[in-house]
Write a protein that binds this ligand. Structure first.
Ligand SMILES: Nc1ncnc2c1ncn2[C@@H]1O[C@H](COP(=O)(O)OP(=O)(O)OP(=O)(O)O)[C@@H](O)[C@H]1O
Length: 281
């Protein structure tokens, strides 16, 4: 489990994160959403011990990330938005880095590389940006760390590779692993996430499981008569609406619409979750 308590972070004099409290549990895939520059990457770096909070506490399975204890480092893998590699072959990379991850599986690595259409015999320098990203994603999935942090994982990936990523991730997650994905490409994550956390102006303004969202909110094309519309927008099929869910059935979740709705009407939406476990504000 990862536990953040009242975490604040400032770069020089700019306050980026303010009092962030959140729990990330094993067996779950979390989507971390928020506008550009809101602090998503910063939060991932804090949880992986690359930055240290000025206030509040972070523990990852009881370890404090900033101490970077070897057992902690073995348990986390961070895939940054832009990857830098030494000028070596893929085989040399695996030889050099896999020993740091006791659960690394070469078989899984080759499986992921193949799904991404990358040969094992390549020089890394000869790969494009997207290919390097796929190499790192393959390594990350094969490392089998209990905690996997992905910063914009589908950024730079072609259409087929995005689809491959969507197929690979469910094969990776099990009850011992926790994945936290920062992204703007919410469509790439539809049906993958178990939980959505949204940052705004440095604060966590929404944090709910997909299960709770589908139970409490109804994403439809026409609101029931008399239903309070929490968010609406015109689309090609007419008017998409978000209302409270009184249907008695779980709703399909439109992540893009959820995001827009929380950004514009977050307080009202959070009120609908007042009796569920994950209340952000
Ligand atoms: N090394 C740094 N020094 C000073 N300010 C920084 C540094 N890195 C990031 N920032 C600032 O901190 C804020 C949060 O940056 P961060 O990269 O965490 O945002 P983000 O939510 O990941 O953004 P994006 O969606 O654009 O990737 C931004 O305003 C950014 O300009």
């Amino acid at each position: 489990m990862i536990a953040l308590k009242e975490v604040s972070f400032t770069y020089n004099k700019t306050r980026v994160l303010e009092g962030v409290t959140e729990v990330f549990n094993p067996g779950q895939i979390y989507g971390l959403l928020g506008d550009n520059g809101v602090g998503k990457t910063t939060l991932l770096k804090l949880m992986t011990g690359l930055l240290f909070p000025q206030a509040g506490t972070i523990t990852v399975q009881g370890s404090v990330p900033q101490y970077r204890h070897p057992s902690f480092l073995r348990s986390v893998f961070f895939v940054p938005d832009t990857a830098f590699f030494p000028g070596i072959t893929i085989a040399q990379y695996v030889e050099g880095y896999a020993p740091f991850y006791p659960q690394f599986s070469k078989k899984q690595f080759i499986h992921c590389l193949t799904a991404f259409n990358i040969g094992y015999d390549n020089d890394i320098e000869a790969l494009s940006f997207g290919q390097k990203k796929k190499l790192l994603l393959s390594f990350a999935l094969a490392a089998n760390t209990p905690y996997l942090f992905l910063d914009e994982p589908t950024n730079g990936l072609d259409i087929l590779s995005r689809a491959a990523f969507k197929e690979l991730l469910p094969g990776y997650i099990d009850e011992t692993k926790c994945v936290i994905i920062s992204t703007h490409q919410v469509n790439d994550l539809s049906n993958l996430l178990d939980h959505v956390s949204i940052l705004r102006k440095g604060r966590l303004i929404f944090s709910q499981s997909i299960e709770a969202i589908s139970r409490q909110l109804l994403f439809g094309n026409e609101a029931a008569p008399g239903a309070e519309i929490l968010f609406a927008e015109d689309n090609l099929r007419g008017r998409a609406t978000l209302t409270g869910n009184n249907s008695g059935y779980p709703s399909g979740v439109n992540l893009e619409m959820l995001y827009k709705a929380v950004m514009t009407n977050g307080e009202k939406i959070n009120q609908l979750f007042a009796h569920t476990q994950n209340i952000a504000i």
